[in-house]
Design a binder for this molecule. Structure first.
Ligand code: ATP
Ligand code: MG
Length: 593
């Protein structure tokens, strides 16, 4: 049992000015966290209790899934990162330094290299596979913008796991086990979450899911289907080509081309017409000036990429998804070309580029194909083309899904309607393939004695970010409303006046009874006004509160209050511990996997 008078949980009334999101504000106000430097914190006793509870759930589920706990170093020699090629590729998030002998090191932001090195030294035979190792460890990432407290820190705890399999089928099974464990983990924490399909970013690999806690303050935009379980990061969400052709661009200005299009969108006759569009560069300006639907504009964007310059066409109603372009091209990088480059390659200032007569590698989004007759830049200053027919006036190298999903788009799985929401990425599962095992030669001998490369997966969960996300999802005007599985304490026991011997004696009895049954009791024995104690109990979010006041105790009663519902029950003293114990048990059952 913890007694507040002997504890360090410095609560504050004031709202810290630099805390933008509610979880950060409440963690500071509840005395869970104190800043040391940007993105670097002291975890106070009660805050650490929360993190340890998150970690306990992580350990139980990782162990349950057959993963083995190890602990790798925070300080990592540069040689390993050079082997994987990430020493040069990772950029400034990697904090690098030298030791006294001038050898280079980094603080590990993630541990693929270290674990692959460990495994290549220890694993010889297919009999030792599959193997999944995990750790809960202090990570460092020199984030450009550390913010939101534990949500995006620079030094933070992460549970990172790595699977090694003999082949793709095994890797699929290891991935599925981790995916299932993650679902259990977040359910046990009482969180409303979704697993969404995600882009694999620069870590490489063939498939990945992000686990998102749904919250308006989330940094990630996600789409989910209203009818099925499909969910995806907006970066990744697939857009299915619509079969309905978009009617002609020259609304109110009849043209042969607009009506001459056949089903494939390709008209046999006619040609685009030039129209003067002085100073009209943006989709909005051009569409308004020509009095046409933006969906009939063929937007042409020039990208500089690792595989050369590429023009990307999308409908004026859509935005280019650079990640899809990059993946489609198999490029190392893609970036929007600057004004000068656009002039050089198209002969016109940006805003007037178009695919007709453009001698440049050109790819188009599916939606461009269904534009029966469109408008586009003429590669000439202040001029656009109308009556442009894809397939007749220009032929892109190919059509692909290259655009950003929009709210209301059809679900790629079931055709239902896609909705947008915001989420906090608390966990991430990746299939890595052989990216690291190949580069670092993590090989084993198969049954026939042949050397093969292991197939890997990696799996991360941010400990502090998960705790912060839990607060984003579970709070009210008075403070935190912890899910009981990760609350710092389960029951707050408050004697209204510590100077009254009867009250104190009754309180001690209830507290001792609960403590003996394994309930985590926080005994507020401070000589404070009751209002302050109640406010602190609400602020710190302890799920169950027991209050003993003079009149009630004299009458043989005490009070139990549910932090979440606010429901208060007056219970005979003899039953108080039993009732509180039962309420704790019900709350625990709500956090069942
Ligand atoms: P983000 O896109 O938010 O930067 P990430 O893709 O870099 O995240 P991963 O490399 O997949 O994150 O790391 C695994 C997990 O570690 C994340 O799901 C998140 O919970 C946690 N995490 C990542 N960066 C931070 C950070 N700066 N502070 C706290 N937790 C973090
Ligand atoms: Mg990151």
């Amino acid at each position: 049992m913890i007694r507040y008078s002997r504890y360090l949980m410095p609560t504050t009334k004031e709202t810290p000015s630099d805390a933008e999101v509610v979880s950060h504000r409440l963690m500071l106000r509840a005395g869970l966290l104190r800043k040391v430097a940007s993105g670097i914190y002291n975890y106070m006793p009660a805050g650490l209790r929360v993190l340890r509870k998150v970690e306990r759930i992580l350990r139980e589920e990782m162990d349950g899934a057959g993963a083995l706990e190890v602990l790798m170093p925070a300080v990592v020699p540069s040689e390993l990162w050079k082997e994987s090629g990430r020493w040069d590729a990772y950029g400034k998030e990697l904090l690098r330094f030298k030791d006294r002998a001038d050898r280079e090191f980094c603080l590990g932001p993630t541990h693929e290299e270290v674990v692959t090195d460990l495994v290549r030294r220890e694993i010889r035979s297919y009999r030792q596979l599959p193997l999944t190792l995990y750790q809960i460890q202090d990570k460092f990432r020199d984030e450009i913008r550390p913010r939101f407290g534990l949500m995006r820190g620079r030094e933070f705890f992460m549970k990172d796991a790595y699977s090694f399999d003999a082949d793709e089928a095994g890797a699929t099974e290891s991935y599925r086990k981790m995916y299932d464990a993650y679902c259990r983990i977040f359910r046990r924490m009482g969180l409303d979450f979704r697993a969404v399909e995600a882009d694999t970013g620069n870590i490489g690999g063939s498939s990945s899911h992000e686990f998102m806690v749904i919250a308006d303050s989330g940094e990630d935009a996600i789409v989910s289907c209203a009818s099925c379980s499909y969910g995806a990061n907006v970066e990744k969400a697939e857009c299915v080509p619509s079969s309905a052709p978009v009617p002609g661009a020259t609304k109110g200005k009849p043209s042969e081309a607009a009506t001459g299009a056949d089903d494939s969108g390709a008209a046999k006759e006619g040609a685009p017409r030039k129209v003067a569009t002085p100073g009209k560069r943006t989709i909005g300006e051009v569409a308004a000036f020509l009095a046409i639907d933006p969906a009939t504009l063929i937007k042409t964007l020039l990208f500089e990429t690792s595989v050369g310059d590429v023009a990307v066409l999308v409908s004026g109603a859509h935005e280019v998804n650079e990640i899809k372009v990059k993946n489609h091209l198999g490029a190392e990088y893609v970036r929007l070309a600057g004004e000068e480059r656009v002039r050089e390659r198209t002969g016109a200032p940006s805003g007037f580029a178009g695919p007709v007569g453009l001698s440049l590698r050109t790819i188009a989004d599916h939606a461009v194909r269904s534009i029966a007759s469109g408008a586009t830049g003429a590669n000439e200053k202040d001029v656009h083309l109308v009556d442009v027919v894809p397939g007749r006036d220009f032929i892109p190298e190919g059509y692909a899904d290259l655009r950003v999903v929009r709210e209301g788009d059809p679900c790629p799985r079931c055709g239902g309607t896609l909705r947008f929401s915001r989420g906090i990425e608390v966990g991430h599962v990746f299939r890595l393939g052989t990216k690291y095992s190949e580069a670092m030669r993590a090989v084993y001998l198969d049954e026939g004695g042949k050397e093969r490369v292991t197939v890997m997966g990696c799996y991360g969960i941010g400990v502090g970010r998960t705790a912060a996300a839990a607060i984003e999802q579970n709070h009210d005007d008075d403070g935190i409303v912890w899910p009981i599985s990760i609350a710092p304490f389960e029951v707050a026991v408050i004697p209204v006046n510590v100077k009254q011997a009867d009250v104190m004696a009754a309180t001690e009895r209830v507290a001792a009874d609960l403590d003996a049954r394994g309930v985590e009791v926080f005994f507020d024995d401070r000589e404070e006004r009751p209002g302050i104690k109640f406010k602190d109990a609400d602020l710190t979010g302890i799920p169950v509160r027991i209050t003993l006041g003079e009149k009630n105790v004299a009458a043989g009663f005490g009070e139990i209050r549910d932090r979440k519902t606010g429901e208060t029950l007056r219970i005979p003293l003899a039953e108080l511990a039993n009732e509180a114990f039962a309420l704790v048990a019900r709350k625990k059952a709500e956090c069942a996997p």
